[in-house]
Design a protein around this ligand. Sequence first.
Ligand SMILES: [Zn+2]
Length: 131
Amino acid sequence: MSTMCEFCNQCPEMVKHLFCQCLALLPLWSLVEAATGVPTSFTNEEEMWHRMRHCTNPGSSRVQSRVVKIILPATLWAVWLNRNKKIFLGHRFYIENIWEDTVQLVTAWGCTLARARSVQLLGGAFTIDPG
Ligand SMILES: [Zn+2]
């Protein structure tokens, strides 16, 4: 197995490179930035984690803030999934596929959080309705 980045094949695959610096993924981060208004150029992992935990958009609604807080981890997860699809399933790499996976994850996680929250608000145990 190659130790080079699966997306650009120009640099060793390290966390910092894969999630913060890979030039092949810049169009993906541009999509995230356009969708959220939150800058997505991270110089290192610490900055990325910090942004994920604390990012908010001035003037955005609570729902928008939630989406922003979900979209960064969803993007990272989609990058990881697509990296694995390329390595283990031989899939080709398209920014559009990673973005589509990101949007699906944001939708799924957002719905799960909304359901969990409504259960909590009703005073029930913290369980997630499978339906
Ligand atoms: Zn790369």
